[in-house]
Design a protein around this ligand. Sequence first.
Ligand SMILES: [Zn+2]
Ligand SMILES: [Zn+2]
Length: 411
Amino acid sequence: MHSVSDWMTCHECDALHEVIELPVNGKAECSQCGSELYRQVNHSLDKVLVFSLTALLLFVLSHLFPFLSMKMGERIEENVLVSATLELLNQGFPELAVLVFLTSILFPFLVIAGLLYVVLPLIFDRHFESTFTVFRWVKKLFPWSLVGVFMLGVLVAIVKLMDLATVIPGPSLFFMAGLLVTMVAAQASLDERLIWHRVSEHSRVKGDEHHPVKHGLTSCGSCHLVLHNDQYENCPRCGEKLSLRKTDSLSRTWALLFTAALLYIPANIYPIMTVTQFGRGNPDTIMSGVVHLIEAQLWGLALLVFFASIMVPVLKLLVMAYLLISIQFKSCWRPKDRTLLFRVTEVVGAWSMIDIFLIGILISLVKLDAFATIEAGPGATFFAAVVVITLFAAHSFDSRLIWDNCRTPHE
Ligand SMILES: [Zn+2]
Ligand SMILES: [Zn+2]
């Protein structure tokens, strides 16, 4: 199906590669920067279909049963998956409610539904006009669907509540865990080329296929179709807007980093939540939350929260600033390592959301009036803004700029 004259460019360093057949379960990596280009999965479409259908079933089930219950004396407080969103709304934090709802419920659902919409007809060798647009959006939403981070937030919440009350996991918790596994499996089984190559007339560079012009080629940021620069405004295969590099990448990323750095200050000064026990309120900032975990000798959790809420955002801001400066000074120093640095930063960035999910879960469970209540604080909003803005900053950063300084004029 794939002709030998298929070409693709690496999405991270822009190196041009000839697409070759791989052995089963093989993976093609970029020879220049080491990022994964494509993979060969046996029965890819069937696997994605099975995992997506299972995920859809688990998604529905996870909304039908209790998620967590907390028992304190005679009282039992039960919550469902959507309780975190509702309680955030109830306590006057609509922006956090929307963020938690989107990343833990709506986006995962859209990713599963989108995959089914794309894969199901393809199994019968058909596709819709909108198949490629939908798949493009599935790819965009994947990094924002944070079921794994949410589950880690749940874990932290359970351990934190253990000395306050008995926490009983509900059936939904297990369905959600299954959902996480099947979503990861669906993504791992996906051989993207099987989908993009359905529109065969767009699967290769037009022109002399044996000697592709290395200058004046642009590649689609979404489906990696290689085209001549001035041929199209939008990708003819998937509809993504084409540009040689992300628009205003440097100035946009700088602006987002500055905003995030500024917001990081109030995020640490204001309390992210207040625990009221027997009428006494204890406001917690991000840092004092970590200190409390250390005092309770929960070293593992303290380390986890410290890493996710303090180390990751600070390191991300510093690393991104360094990368931007290195590009502006036209540095050609170890481009491969700098690309790897960016890739790692991009992946770990979303883990900072743990604290936001944790707050949502805690406030929806601990509503025991006089005994104990937990309320969200303004610091949480600032912190969520930092996480979201740094995610956008990573998104607007174009790692190919790292490599642009290292090319010889004749390459
Ligand atoms: Zn590369
Ligand atoms: Zn495209």
